[in-house]
Structures are given as structure tokens and as C-alpha cells.
Design a protein. Structure first.
Length: 258
């Protein structure tokens, strides 16, 4: 499986647990299958209970992701020696929340890392970029935070990290309109990020229609079909040094090697 790895650079002020990296290029990295949606990022998701690591890459500064993802990357030329990565720090997700980040393509100058409880540890980097306009999971998790003050308080999330961020219309799907995730969330009467079955259904609908019938509403490829611009936008991100390609091995290999 090929993913686009989006680099989100940590901005000042660095949180306590990342102070040792001040002055260095430090990136949260998120694996996505939808590079064409990066115009609509509003935040980044971290699981409060997952353990992340910081490790040095050859060309991209320090990366923060799960150990499993770092291990995969070490076989893809990200580190000096094949199969080896040096852990500089181990940090639990809780301590990585509320961090200000710079991410490519989005209209928001600064976005924040926020808690999502449905992140899977064994997929991608364990860090997810959030596009609430087109990803039902992201919209559900963002609404959960915006609606529930106790939820924000529990994780020390300040209002300014959440409240100003609205889904951005970035692509149009004929039957779903220009805020697909919002449309499907309402249509399927999704209640929260834990509404698993409905969210799976919404995601499938969005993927299928989006790929074949979706048309971009912003940027240089405005008016073009998603299937025609996906690769071009991925390449643009890579050329800008904002993303890299990352491969995820087959599931069987992952479980065999731990
Ligand atoms: C941005 C984005 C925009 C995404 C969108 C989706 C959508 P898949 O198909 O199941 O492989 N993701 C990545 N890693 C994780 C994780 N560890 N736990 C939970 N979610 C994760 O799903 C790949 C997508 O799932 C990725 O692409 C990422 O969210 C998320 F408009 O990135 B995506 C209809 C979906 N739309």
C-alpha cells in the first residue's frame, strides 16, 4: 500500500516534552491516501494513549510517529542504515496534544494536534491529518471536540485550537455537494466518532464517489477531476519538500515481525 506521508512542522512554542528539539526541524508525519484533500486540513489527530517516538531521518529532520512506522521507514531509505533507527525520545500521545503545526496546502496558517480516540496503532504513522470536509471520521471527531467542553478540558485543549476551524469546501461530488463528510454525517445521522458502522459506510461512499466523480474546487488544478490530479498533487507536495512516499507492508508481514 502506497501512502503519501505529509510532513507537519512543529512551530514555536515547543511543548515541554519536545523542548530538546528546539532549533531543529521537527515533523509530525501523517500517512494519507488523499493528497488532493490537503487544501482542507484543519488539524492533526494524535491518540492520547498511543506511544510515539522521535527519530532522526537522513533528509527530513526529526520525525514523530509510532515505532512501527519508524521501523518501516528504516527499510525505505529514511535512516542512515537499512533497518536501523535511533529513538531519540519516547512520548505518549497525551503529551503531544495542543501542539501548533504548519502543514502544506491548508488555508489555516497554524493547525493544532488534537485527540482522536479511534486512531489505529497498526496503520500508517498513528498520526492522522484531518480533513473534516471530506473525511467523515475527521468531521465526527472535530464536532465531538467543538460540542463537548468536558472533552476538550480532559485533554487540555484550548478553545482557540478547535473553535475557529471550519470544514473547507475543496471538492465537489455531484450527489454529495461540496462538503461531502458533513453531508454524509447528517444523512446517516452520525452521533460521534464512535459510531463505527455508520462511519465505515460513510467512508466507503465518500471514497468511491470521490475518486470517480469528484472535482477539485481550489488550487492550480481547480475544475479537474480527482482521478486526474491525485498523482500531480502528490508530486507537487513532494517537490515542495512537504511530503514523501511511504509504503506499508502487507498485514501478514507486520504480524509476523511484531
Ligand atoms: C486525509 C484524508 C482525507 C483521509 C479524506 C481520508 C479522507 P484506509 O482507506 O482505511 O487505509 N488514517 C491514516 N492512518 C490512520 C490510523 N492509524 N488510524 C485511523 N485512521 C487513519 O484509510 C486511510 C485514511 O485513514 C487516511 O487518509 C487517513 O485519513 C486515515 F477526505 O487522510 B485520510 C473518505 C475518507 N476521506
Amino acid at each position: 500500500q502506497e501512502y503519501t506521508l505529509i510532513k507537519m512542522e512543529v512551530l514555536e512554542p515547543f511543548p515541554e516534552v519536545l523542548k530538546q528539539f528546539q532549533g531543529k526541524t521537527l515533523n509530525f508525519v501523517a500517512a494519507t491516501l488523499r493528497p488532493e484533500t490537503m487544501y482542507g486540513q484543519t488539524n492533526c489527530w494524535v491518540h492520547p494513549e498511543i506511544k510515539y517516538i522521535a527519530f532522526e531521518t537522513v533528509k527530513h529532520g526529526v520525525f514523530i510517529c509510532t515505532r512501527r512506522a519508524a521501523r518501516n521507514m528504516s527499510y525505505q531509505g529514511f535512516t542512515e542504515k537499512d533497518g536501523e533507527y535511533k529513538i531519540i525520545a519516547e512520548i505518549v500521545g497525551l503529551d503531544l496534544l495542543g501542539v501548533a503545526l504548519k502543514s502544506p496546502f491548508t488555508c489555516y496558517q497554524k493547525i493544532y494536534s488534537l485527540p482522536m480516540l479511534t486512531i489505529k496503532e497498526d496503520k500508517g504513522t498513528g498520526i492522522v491529518t484531518s480533513v473534516p470536509s471530506d473525511s467523515p471520521d475527521d468531521y465526527a471527531a472535530l464536532v465531538d471536540l467543538q460540542k463537548k467542553a468536558p472533552f476538550r478540558e480532559k485533554y487540555g485543549i484550548q478553545d482557540y485550537m478547535v473553535m475557529p476551524f471550519k470544514p473547507v469546501s475543496i471538492l465537489e461530488i455531484p450527489e454529495f455537494g461540496n462538503l461531502t463528510a458533513v453531508f454524509l454525517y447528517d444523512k446517516l445521522k452520525i452521533q460521534s466518532q464512535n459510531d463505527k458502522d455508520k462511519l465505515t459506510q460513510a467512508k466507503e461512499m465518500a471514497y468511491l464517489k470521490g475518486f470517480y466523480d469528484g472535482v477539485l474546487l481550489v488550487g492550480d488544478y481547480k475544475g479537474e477531476k480527482i482521478q486526474d490530479v491525485k498523482k500531480k498533487l502528490q508530486q507537487r507536495l513532494i517537490d515542495d519538500n512537504s511530503a514523501v512516499i511511504y509504503y506499508e507492508p502487507e498485514k501478514t508481514i507486520i504480524s509476523r515481525s511484531g
